[in-house]
Design a protein around this ligand. Sequence first.
Ligand code: FES
Length: 162
Amino acid sequence: MINLDEIKKIVHQAKNETLEEQDILIYTLHKIQDKIPNNFIPEEAAEVVSQELKIPLSKVYEVLTFYTMFSTKQRGKYVIRVCTSLPCHVVNGREIIQAIKDELKIDFGQTTEDGLFTLEETGCLGLCGVSPVIMINQEYYGDLTPEKVRNILRKIKGGAKI
Ligand code: FES
């Protein structure tokens, strides 16, 4: 259940930050998405943001659909973003992707049946020096091997907090 009062509170806090209009919107959407267990921005939340920031709803959706870190559809508790840009791809990137898909039995754009993981592709995460790189929610993992990535996923499945 989404608490719309809490969303209003987040928007008001964001307004007090010294940020440009576009940055306030992005900051607000990040904060809201972090609060929602399924890692997405529901329609009701987007409407509150639009009203409270006095920004057209179409503009809110423009941002939501432009940035891949946002989603308007429910996702898993943990969103795994795999960098598929060339520097990561050439150093074991393909093997990492296969290890994740085999371990979780899902493909890109899918969520595991238990609602724990969603798998997504992303462009360069800016950490090419430690490629291959993935992100799980806000955490980065670099220098990965198939074994390392399987261990990370198994720890999370076992209840480890990240
Ligand atoms: S190419 Fe993967 S982090 Fe830069």
